[in-house]
Design a protein around this ligand. Structure first.
Ligand code: HEM
Length: 258
């Protein structure tokens, strides 16, 4: 018996313009489809709800993939040892260290400061016309919040924006990727050294203390954690605000009516 031929979906620019119709088309055919990522890596896209739930709770599916990691002694190992690439028990060990900073109560305490940053950005926008939402609001809001939480100088935000956009894109050339990833690693190594010398009331200083008190965090894990929190803490929210506002502009009837 020959296996049925299943067309591989190539995820390119059209997918990123409108992922929902691609998801709907694939879901109508089968719950799990073979795809090629933008950089060419083959992957499976799970579009069925039951199958996604089953996959997310199946211990045979791993995040820490053998053969996927940089050489342990290469400089890139310093960006690689974080929660998104870890399975239990390493994942729990890393997660425990930051859980306290993200309890509902701790996050609620950030509300007045986040409201103040939001209001200041909106006030500034209201004085101008022809606004770029991403540059004026969607990026500065989350980057300021995550920088303050971690204890990273907000003044360096343009540098991280460039480095982090390269690192999360699947299309940067190897030379640009190498240059930007190296710049980010050097930045974090220097920042962590400065904080070890002069700790402050911030999450990075707390993580350094945990590491120095032998709480199971290697030096590379510490840099990787700083990298993950900074990148995960803003890229997603920038896109959420941008895509959310675009969706409301395209479908004004779905806006708040109450
Ligand atoms: C709209 C905003 C956000 C979205 C859509 C989002 C989405 C996600 C998703 C889908 C994952 C799971 C990824 C995976 O397991 O492969 C994840 C994990 C994670 N996110 Fe977010 N995120 C957002 C905001 C944030 C913010 C603001 C922070 C930091 C303050 C953050 C930090 C993390 C961390 C540390 C993980 C790894 C958690 C773990 O493995 O236990 N995210 N996020």
């Amino acid at each position: 018996m020959t296996a049925p031929h299943i067309a591989v979906e190539h995820l390119g620019a059209a997918y990123f313009q409108d992922p929902y119709s691609v998801h709907a088309r694939l879901r109508a055919r089968r719950p799990v489809s073979p795809v090629n990522m933008p950089g060419g890596t083959p992957a499976w896209m799970v579009t069925g709800y039951a199958e996604a739930r089953a996959a997310l709770t199946d211990p045979r599916l791993r995040k820490n993939m053998p053969g996927w990691h940089p050489e342990p002694n290469s400089i890139f190992a310093a960006l690689d040892l974080h929660m998104l690439n870890s399975d239990p028990p390493d994942h729990e060990r890393l997660r425990r260290l930051v859980n306290k900073a993200f309890t509902a109560r701790r996050v609620e305490r950030l509300r007045p400061r986040i409201t103040a940053i939001t209001n200041a950005l909106l006030d500034d926008m209201s004085t101008r016309s022809g606004i770029d939402l991403l540059a004026s609001f969607a990026f500065p809001l989350p980057i300021t919040v995550i920088c303050e939480l971690l204890g990273v100088p907000v003044a360096d935000q343009d540098d991280f924006r460039t480095w982090s956009a390269t690192i999360v894109s699947n299309t940067a050339s190897p030379e640009v990727f190498q240059a930007h990833a190296t710049a980010m690693i050097r930045y974090f190594i220097a920042l962590l050294a400065a904080k070890r010398h002069e700790p402050a009331d911030d999450l990075l200083s707390a993580l350094i203390t945990a590491r120095d008190e032998g709480d199971g965090l290697s030096e590379n894990e510490l840099v990787s954690m700083a990298f993950l929190l900074l990148v995960a803490g803003h890229e997603t929210t920038v896109n959420l605000i941008g895509n959310g506002v675009l969706a409301l502009l395209l479908n004004p009837e779905r806006g708040l009516t109450a």
